[in-house]
Each structure stands twice: as structure tokens, then as C-alpha cells.
Design a protein around this ligand. Structure first.
Ligand code: LLP
Length: 445
């Protein structure tokens, strides 16, 4: 049996097959894919395709699982806005009491629109903050700046002085730990542009502490994304804990450790138990914070976490319709109405996303590529994938596209961005309109 058929049968997520008429799970014949209690076929009919659909219940469940896993330590979850930044998603996450990790003035504007008071739980990360972004962040009263160079520290100091507003800073250190993930999303090695090498960080803290408008407050680290071996987090946090001790001995007040994001999800084995995964992650992160290996005591810090993918990744799916079937020299293609401009991950990282039909009537399978209409060979979602035989007009769901899906969309080929829908139980709400050609042309002269 093919990989996709095995996991679609067993997928215990917000996206499950149900009997379309009675809504029970009994009859395999003619079952249809639902998000919570809403039929995805009905959503595709109402809003068209390509369509991103997200599950409220799953996002909530993930946030709560994080809170449970880290309940033994004071902590704030600062959801990484870059993973999925649609206002309704941010509102849902803010409603659960979370803060945010932002990397641009634009992301901060989004958070402020959702809730002005959320700023006090915002951390600002990124290697290239501009003066105007720093000013907006200072005026909004954010919690922490994760500073990544001496030049950035100087610029922040001068703006904080001009505004007479103190800036709380953490230095983002580069722990020289391999994240063993895709090279484009690994960030914690010496050759990467991110962070400050640990031996150089003490100099930055000394500089910062001399400045009247900079307030040394923490140490931050982020080693990469889609990390599945949690021992990498333990290694990074061990180095950070050592640095916190050293800095405290030098008289710095270190209140926060920002452990970044990076916890991976199971794109290929969706049966994996998230509770287990998050527990292992928490154990790895907390190992050196609960009892320090040299000093034998609790580190006594407030932990900040910046998860993105692990909160929203599995909570989103991208619906698409088969436009054409095509065979070239015996090689089969399903040409769908969604393209690399809607979901870039397969083209950019060679990422795997499970693809399943919305209707699960028993049928033959075949080996096929699933490709989009864009004029590039790299415009594909699956290569040589075993899928049920699909006909023109049939609907497919590209799974686990809640993170780094809609946010990475572009207008390449003057294609409008997909519409987005948020499901909550039996209800569904359009949270972003489909972009039209006039939306795209509006700013041009
Ligand atoms: N904090 C910082 C400083 C980050 O740079 C990132 C992600 C996160 C938190 C959130 O990481 P997460 O928990 O989502 O792994 N476009 C790529 C992923 C890029 C991640 C960039 N930084 C992808 O589609 O796989």
C-alpha cells in the first residue's frame, strides 16, 4: 500500500474523513475530508480554489500542549508570526494569551492591529532591523529586542536615547550547534549570518550595560527550523545556560532566556503523537535550566519560546482542483490550479507534503507528478507520488501547509494570492479574500 494511503487512513488530526451524509466515521465508501465539522468540498464550492483552510481547534490544542509541557517554569509563548500571519490567526493566538515573535515592522503592525496591548509580550528578532522598525517597536513598548550585532546595538541605543525610552535587550547568540535540518533553514552554525558567537557576546553585554537607555535583560538563541532531533536544543540551551551564569557573575541581570523556535512537525508520518514530541522537546530545553550541571542549582529565569510551525503547520491545508490529466512519454502529470506562488516549500526546499483526495471512494492508484500551471519545471507539489487515480475537476488537499504556506505566497505570473478560511467546529469564516488582478495592479503607475 502506498505511503499516502496508509497515513490518510490513520491521520488523527483536525482533518479527517467522514461519511458525507450521516457524518459518522463508519462507511469508507464515499467518505469526504472534513476540517473539524466542516466539509472541505463545501468550502471549495463556496470559496473556490486554491484555498487555505485552517483549524481553530488544532491551533488551540497545540498552544495548550505547549503550556502544559512548560508548566514547571515561568514562561511566555511568543508565537512566531512569520509562520502564518493572517490577522484572524493572530487574533486566535492572542486570545489564548500568547505573545509574539516578530521580525519586521510589518509583522509588528499586524500584532498591534490585533491587540495594542499585545506589544508587552512581543520579542523583536532578525539580523537587519531598520531604524524606523526599532522606533515603532520602542514606541509600542515591546518586551525585548533580540540584538544580533554590535552595530545594531549602537543604532538601538541612539534611537532609545532620542526617544528617551529604555530598550530591553537580549543578545542572540550563535551557539555553533548543528540543527541537522535543511541547510536553508539551519541558523546556529558559525558560518551562518545569525547571532553573535558566544565568546564575543560578553563584549556586547558590557557595551549594553554602559548605556543608560539599554537594559540588559536576557540571552536568546534560535538554531533553525523543522528540527526533529531534540538533542540539538539541549546542546544549544546548555551553552546558553553557561553563558547566563557567566554573565550573572559579571553583574548582569539576566531575567529571560529566549529559546527561539524550531520544533519540527511530522510531514511524512502524521501519526506521530504531538504530546509525546512536545514533552521530549520541553525536557531537552529545560534540562540545563532546571538544574545547572556545574552550579547544581535552578537557573531561575523566565523562559521565552518562539514556536511557529509546531503551532500552525499541521493545522492548515491547501485545497486545489485538478485542471488536466496529461501523459508525456508515459510519465503522468496532474496539473492542478495551485502553483508554486501559492505554496513554495516543495520548489524551494524539495519539501514533502502529503496530498490526499477530498473524496475517498475506493479507487485504483497510479504514480504521478502533481504540478502547477506556472512556467517553471520547479513548479511541483509531488514527484512520482502514488495517488488514487484522479479525474479532471476532482479536488485534492495538500496537507500540513498551515506554516510557511500563505505567508510565502507571491504574485508570480500575476496570479492572485489564495483565499483563506478559518474553521471553528461547525462554523467557517473567510479570513482573507482571494486577491484579484486589480488588487495586484493597484500600486503601479
Ligand atoms: N524564531 C526565529 C528567530 C526564527 O528565525 C524562526 C524561523 C522561528 C522563531 C520559528 O521557527 P519554527 O518554530 O517555525 O521552526 N520557510 C521555512 C522555515 C523558515 C524558518 C525561519 N525562522 C520552511 O518553510 O520550512
Amino acid at each position: 500500500m502506498s505511503r499516502s494511503r496508509t497515513s490518510q487512513d490513520l491521520r488523527p488530526s483536525a482533518f479527517a474523513y467522514r461519511n458525507a451524509s450521516s457524518r459518522t466515521r463508519t462507511n469508507v465508501r464515499d467518505q469526504a475530508l472534513y476540517c473539524e465539522s466542516v466539509s472541505l468540498e463545501a468550502l471549495a464550492a463556496r470559496h473556490g480554489t486554491p484555498l487555505y483552510v485552517y483549524s481553530t481547534a488544532m491551533i488551540r490544542a497545540r498552544l495548550r500542549a505547549f503550556a502544559r509541557a512548560f508548566r514547571s517554569i515561568p514562561h511566555t509563548l511568543c508565537y512566531s508570526v512569520k509562520a502564518s500571519s493572517t490577522l484572524a490567526i493572530l487574533r486566535l493566538i492572542a486570545g489564548e494569551g500568547a505573545g509574539f515573535d516578530v521580525v519586521s515592522g510589518g509583522e509588528l503592525e499586524r500584532v498591534l492591529r490585533v491587540n495594542r496591548n499585545a506589544a508587552h509580550k512581543v520579542v523583536f528578532s532578525g539580523v537587519g532591523k531598520t531604524a524606523s522598525e526599532m522606533e515603532l517597536a520602542l514606541r509600542s513598548g515591546i518586551l525585548l529586542f533580540n540584538v544580533e550585532s554590535s552595530s545594531e546595538l549602537n543604532l538601538l541605543a541612539s534611537i532609545a536615547t532620542r526617544l528617551k525610552t529604555p530598550a530591553a535587550v537580549a543578545v542572540r547568540v550563535n551557539p555553533d550547534v548543528s540543527a541537522k535540518t535543511h541547510p536553508y533553514i539551519s541558523t546556529g552554525l558559525q558560518q551562518h549570518k545569525f547571532g553573535v558567537p558566544i565568546p564575543d557576546a560578553t563584549k556586547l553585554y558590557a557595551e549594553a550595560s554602559k548605556h543608560p537607555y539599554l537594559k540588559v535583560a536576557g540571552v536568546s538563541v534560535h538554531i533553525g527550523s523543522q528540527i526533529t532531533d531534540v538533542s540539538n536544543f539541549r546542546d544549544a540551551l546548555t551553552r546558553v545556560a553557561d553563558l547566563v551564569h557567566a554573565l550573572r557573575e559579571q553583574g548582569h541581570e539576566i531575567r529571560y532566556i529566549d529559546a527561539g523556535g524550531g520544533l519540527g512537525i511530522s510531514y511524512e508520518q502524521p501519526r506521530q503523537n504531538f504530546e509525546k514530541q512536545i514533552t521530549a522537546y520541553a525536557k531537552a530545553v529545560l534540562a540545563s535550566l532546571h538544574v545547572h550541571r556545574l552550579h547544581g542549582q535552578r537557573l531561575n529565569v523566565h523562559l521565552l519560546l518562539e514556536p511557529g510551525r509546531s503551532i500552525v503547520g499541521a493545522a492548515g491545508t491547501l485545497l486545489t482542483r485538478v485542471l488536466y490529466r496529461k501523459t508525456n512519454n508515459g510519465k503522468r502529470f496532474l496539473i492542478v490550479d495551485t502553483a508554486m506562488n501559492d505554496l513554495l516549500r516543495p520548489s524551494l526546499y524539495g519539501a514533502y507534503h502529503e496530498i490526499v483526495p477530498l473524496k475517498r471512494a475506493p479507487r485504483e492508484t497510479e504514480i504521478t507528478d502533481v504540478v502547477g500551471p506556472i512556467c517553471e519545471t520547479g513548479d511541483f507539489f509531488a514527484r512520482d507520488r502514488q495517488l488514487p487515480v484522479m479525474q479532471e475537476g476532482d479536488l485534492l488537499a495538500i496537507l500540513d501547509t498551515g506554516a510557511y504556506g500563505a505567508v510565502l505566497a507571491s504574485n508570480y505570473n500575476t496570479r492572485g494570492r489564495a483565499a483563506e478560511v478559518l474553521v471553528d467546529g461547525i462554523r467557517s469564516r473567510l479570513i482573507r479574500n482571494r486577491e484579484t488582478a486589480s488588487d495586484q495592479i493597484r500600486l503601479e503607475r
